[in-house]
Design a protein around this ligand. Structure first.
Ligand code: FES
Length: 160
């Protein structure tokens, strides 16, 4: 891997880049409802529709950070409402573990979030996005310069 994950996730002096993975059956419909109701929320988010939150591979989230995303938001159906029975339960476990892994890598946990948003919760979707953007912005601003680097080649070389 030629490019470290954190080399692109320094505190931004630019517009934030947020990736949102939304399950097709609930959260995407909720975001759609927010749009239909003309609710205003942060435009920094780029939405990717997925069949289910359980289909969001953790490697995909890492790839987002590697490619320069400042935050990743995964949204799915409420527990018990998953169209595929238990995909959101898998997502919850995976994202919890992934948050710990990101922390180990030096990436603030606040940059990854999982939320449940139903098709009727357009207002909640707008609120979730705005809160997440504020948290990601704070996490980016609080990060000490260089603290997010995942490129351990220098440390490895020193340890030899
Ligand atoms: Fe929405 Fe599984 S279908 S989380």
């Amino acid at each position: 891997m030629s490019k470290s994950v954190a080399s692109n996730v320094r505190a931004p002096a630019r517009k934030l880049r947020i990736v949102g993975f939304l399950c097709n059956w609930c959260s995407y419909a909720g975001a759609d409802l927010a749009g239909v109701n003309r609710l205003q929320y942060g435009h920094e988010i780029r939405i990717i529709r997925v069949p289910c939150s359980g289909r969001v591979n953790p490697l995909l989230v890492l790839k987002c950070f590697q490619e320069g995303a400042d935050g990743v938001l995964v949204a799915g159906c409420h527990p018990g409402d998953c169209h595929y029975q238990d995909g959101n339960y898998y997502a919850r476990r995976r994202m919890l573990v992934l948050q710990e892994l990101l922390h180990f890598f030096g990436i603030d946990r606040r940059r990854l979030r999982l939320h449940w948003v139903s098709a009727s919760e357009g207002a909640k979707w707008a609120e979730v996005v705005d809160n997440f953007i504020a948290d990601v912005k704070a996490a980016c601003e609080e990060a000490p310069d260089g603290a997010l680097s995942l490129d351990r080649t220098d440390e490895t070389a020193d340890a030899r």
